[in-house]
Design a protein around this ligand. Sequence first.
Ligand code: HEM
Length: 467
Amino acid sequence: MIPPKPPSRPDRLRFWQHLRAFRRDILSAQPERLYRAWMAEFRTPFFRSYLCNDPALIDRVLGDAADDFPKSDRVREGLAPLLGRSVFVTNGDEWRRQRRIIDPAFGAGNVLAMQPAMVAAGKAAVRRLSAQAGQVVDVEPLANHAAADVIFRALFSVPIEDRDAAAIHQEFRAYQRAQPLLNLAAFLRLPRWLPRLHRPATRRTAARIRALIGDMVDARVAQVRAGTAPDDLATRLMTLPDPVTGRPFTAGEIVDQVAIFLLAGHETSASALAWTLYLVACDPGLQDALAAEATEALGGATEDALQEAADPPRPAALAGRLPLARDVFREALRLYPPVPMMVREAACPVVFRGRAVRPGSQIVLSPWHLHRHERLWDRPDAFDPGRWRTPAGRQSARAAWLPFSKGTRVCPGAGFAMAEGPILLAILLREFRLFPEDPPPMPVAHLTVRAFAGIHLKMTLRHGPDS
Ligand code: HEM
């Protein structure tokens, strides 16, 4: 099956035409040759930009030489109203200190302990959706709701119905409406005299989100002091000391980090889940196999499986018993990587594939193109979860599968997301059959890769009257 892919733009465009196309959608603003090239240079009146598809070059930019390719100040400026100085936007020693505290909070044992939150959110999604069985639903908001539920349960031990969680989730939806496209100023190295593209509504919404997070953080600080705090991600973030200095985050720093966990933790996972549901909707046989695997792993009583999942000596907990769901989720992340492109800035002169790259040049790493690269994947545009079990598929993945980035700045939530996605998929498919509706969804890059007009699927109960 070849699922939807946006059309490419003509090869030659003037800078301002490119900018206009870029503003509409960064995926369709790119030329076709990027699916074949190892590297492409773009010259603009203001800066040079290098898109790197060569795996060795990507390893260099994200690996040992990462300090030579920091995130640009523009990325920080673009996201500052919401994220402050969170780990997503900082560089150097400040960033290193933040990762020293954050990484242990996402260690394998802790992800295992968060699986019950994922199962509980999956079951809540099934309850909500059962009322709509037999109808056509847009699965993007559904996936948003479920992923937000997971992250609030994992962070603060509260479901999305909790008053504060619901208020924050609602403000995030407003934020996404106010800032529907990637902030151009953050992505392009535009000159300082061009106006910043933050709308007042974006700033106001970001301030409200931060105030609400501040309230939840204050309440948790009080619980930590009283010794009554639950053992969850928020408590771990507040109490884990930096192994080098011995100092934990301050309450103000926690607000920045919680803001990125809420944003990164629900926006990306929701995008991935929605596309996964679309892909499996197109393959009834695969759905049956996934439902059978889910029933085997979860049984009739989800709680039984949970008990085991929460037990640290069993490393292959629930997510480990869903290998097919995992392969399907990986393949969905390949075809529709939620973060389609990442941008760095060359801090010093370097040579890339024989070409001199000036300091200040923009370095673009594009999971979108890498994952569909004609020289790195067999049938790159085909949806084929089976490729994950072949030596050739694994070899391609080692070189060219980058949904969570790699190297020192790899997504700290990768293990979390790779448990969450398959678990939610399994729980939903155990209960529902999905059918695609026309027209097929067309991918566009908003904050993450989304469908231009939603992803509409008919959902029926697998064991219900309409099955
Ligand atoms: C399918 C789900 C996810 C995908 C595809 C994803 C992808 C990514 C990518 C590509 C980056 C690197 C961005 C860059 O360097 O420009 C990143 C960074 C990050 N992600 Fe994720 N992510 C996912 C889920 C999560 C979750 C669940 C969390 C936390 C709960 C999270 C937290 C973060 C943070 C804090 C960073 C910044 C790390 C740093 O810069 O050091 N992500 N993610």
